[in-house]
Write a protein that binds this ligand. Sequence first.
Ligand SMILES: Cc1cc2nc3c(=O)[nH]c(=O)nc-3n(C[C@H](O)[C@H](O)[C@H](O)COP(=O)(O)O)c2cc1C
Length: 187
Amino acid sequence: MDALFALHNRVSVNLLTEPAPTQKQLDNIIRAGLRACDHKNLRPWKFLIIEGDDREKFGELMVNAKEIQNELTECTEEEKTKLRSKPMRAPTIIVVIADIKTHDKVPEIEQIISAGASAQMMMTAAFSQGLGAIWRSGSLMFENRMHEGLGLTPQQKIVGFIYVGHIKASKRVPELNPADFASKWSG
Ligand SMILES: Cc1cc2nc3c(=O)[nH]c(=O)nc-3n(C[C@H](O)[C@H](O)[C@H](O)COP(=O)(O)O)c2cc1C
């Protein structure tokens, strides 16, 4: 697919289905993430891939993190079922992590932005291979229990969960006018 076509036409897809991306497709996605702009080439990125039955373990981790977030109040069965179903919405989940390095010229915010850029690159790489993807977040990604369960270090922060799979249903590209967003500044 032409790069500009992909950049202009990517949409998020929340209705995803099996099969999971092939290893080749997944490699292409990750390689795109590795081309994010990156001040001082710190490579402040880590990606965790969650697939198959491991999604159930991830659902349990969500329940656990939610209970800690709720000050150790047990989730109702309904809440547990809802949380456990979340990771099943796509065959593959990529956890995008900013792996913050200590650097005198590159503050944490720039490294988080770079990790966000890598997420966007991966979204476009998924689209350009005919796959669907959606970038999701939520308050649980800021919970210590979630970080612990994913094995993150204190220097690592989650910037999002990219759900990837085949497209069950897609949507139209919204029509936006560049002139509404960009204007010349002439002093
Ligand atoms: C940092 C970030 C977090 C997001 N979190 C969620 C989320 O938790 N759930 C959701 O439905 N969309 C979330 N979105 C928005 C979607 O990923 C998507 O961009 C939005 O629905 C617009 O659709 P489009 O990408 O097709 O324009 C998030 C986007 C960003 C950039």
